[in-house]
Design a protein around this ligand. Structure first.
Ligand code: GDP
Length: 433
């Protein structure tokens, strides 16, 4: 069966933990979009690891991890990450082998994409998008204008040196006149990328053929999304989105799997809200209230896994989460970070937005979100530590009530309730799995 695990919010929902957990019974874990511009934090027997490009199945020996065609492939970062994970595994006494297959049709993220990303944010100054400076926007612009390079070209394109020279010619005009920076040397770029191509070559293959036959054989395949629905370039808080599609719907194209084969879409949503980077964030808290929630969510790493930036935090935004689940096409939900809420006497849940004096329950465009004020309903808290709970019956009544409230509001069954960052800190609601 093919299942997608995707984010319903702004990213950092805890998808890494849920994928790592589900990977125990999967055959294949696939990354289908985005690049190293976000991170999954995984805490298991190998310690705490932040993954950026590697699929979250890398800690399971029997899982084949696939980086599919839709991914922005920074080869240098990938090689570093492979070394880091191998080190963590062998430090814990495990066998440091990574079962990885990288699509020969993955687009290669180049050093100049990162440079342009950095220079453009500098140029925009106050109007910046809050990029992670990983090169995503220039990378996807090149991909869709067909100035990019697919991985196979490093092995099988006699014309590549000339193509790179042609691309540099254009970029150098921008570097010289717009950004006033040093120019690119096409030969150095060619030599560098060819070297990286050789280093990654042992992992490269035809992932489409591999996945198609795995689907035919009925293998258990997990499609792992990066970031969340609200950062999707089409349906998110544009222009404060990422430059790729973060939706399960894109997984079919980004991995090359028939859309009708994706039978389950597990949307991960946090029991409160958090957001790294710029853009509207209706439920944002400030001052002591924010500091407290950020501190309580400390284990939830309320500092971005990629950038170390402090996350903006707020209470659960049911409007945003319901919209996120809707655009993901969620068939079930994993609710994470429930343990974080145990300190509150009453828990505010945002159930409507007030915009220009009118109440709405729909998720509006970015300009309206900037003008929106949250309308809260207050649920009784449970004021106790539920960290590590594995059975629903052991939860305090008010915690159960909170979960049911969210489930009813969103209208999608909650299959997993995560009660801590570790792999086994989870309640599996069998009836919904
Ligand atoms: P991802 O990009 O969606 O995988 O999210 P991140 O890994 O960036 O951020 C999620 C953070 O929450 C990580 O630090 C996880 O270890 C942590 N986490 C995941 N689930 C839970 C949970 O149920 N409770 C707590 N306290 N932390 C969690």
């Amino acid at each position: 069966m093919v299942r997608a695990i995707v984010g319903a919010n702004w990213g950092d929902e805890g998808k890494g933990k849920i994928t790592d957990m589900c990977a125990a019974r999967a055959d294949i874990v696939v990354r289908f979009q985005g690049g190293g511009n976000a991170g999954h934090t995984i805490i298991n027997e190998y310690g705490k690891n932040a993954l950026h490009l590697l699929p979250s199945g890398v800690f399971h020996k029997n899982v084949v991890n696939v980086i599919a065609n839709g991914v922005a492939l920074n080869i240098e970062s990938l090689l570093e990450e492979i070394e880091g994970v191998k080190k963590s595994i062998s430090a814990a006494g495990g066998e440091a082998a990574i079962n990885l297959l990288v699509s020969d049709k993955a687009q290669v993220l180049m050093g100049h994409h990162i440079l342009k990303d950095v220079y453009e944010e500098e140029r925009l100054a106050e109007r910046k998008f809050g990029s992670t400076k990983s090169g995503m926007a220039p990378f996807y612009a090149d991909k869709f204008s067909k100035s990019g390079i697919q991985l196979w070209q490093l092995y099988d394109d006699g014309d590549l040196r000339a193509k790179i020279a042609g691309v540099c010619e254009k970029i150098n005009i921008e570097l010289k006149y717009l950004y006033k920076k040093d120019l690119l040397d096409p030969d150095a770029i060619y030599d560098g990328i060819m070297k990286l191509g050789e280093a990654v070559r042992p992992y490269v293959g035809d992932t489409l053929a591999f996945l198609r036959s795995a689907v035919r054989e009925g293998k258990d395949i997990l499609l792992e999304g990066q970031l969340g629905a609200l950062r999707d370039v089409d349906h998110g808080i544009y222009p404060y989105t990422t430059s790729s599609n973060t939706l399960a719907g894109y997984a079919a194209a980004g991995a090359g799997i028939p859309p009708y084969e994706i039978k389950e879409i597990l949307a991960v949503t946090k029991a409160y809200s958090s957001c790294v980077g710029e853009g509207p964030f209706v439920v944002e808290l400030s001052g002591d209230e924010a500091e407290e929630l950020r501190r309580r969510g400390g284990d939830a790493g309320e500092y971005g896994a990629k950038t170390g930036r402090p996350r903006r935090v707020g209470f659960f935004d049911a409007i945003a989460a319901r919209y996120g689940c809707e655009v993901q096409g969620a068939t079930c939900i994993a609710l994470t970070g429930l343990d974080v809420m145990g300190y509150l006497k009453e828990i505010p849940v945002c159930v409507a937005y007030e915009i220009d004096g009118e109440k709405t329950e729909s998720f509006p465009n970015s300009a309206k979100q900037y003008r929106a004020k949250p309308v809260y309903e207050y649920l009784p808290g449970w004021e106790s530590d539920i960290r590590g709970a594995v059975r629903e019956v052991d939860l305090p009544e008010n915690a159960k009530r909170y979960v049911s409230f969210i489930e009813e509001y969103i209208g999608v069954p909650i299959a997993y309730i995560s009660t801590g960052p570790k792999r086994d800190e989870i309640i599996i609601r069998q009836k919904n799995v």
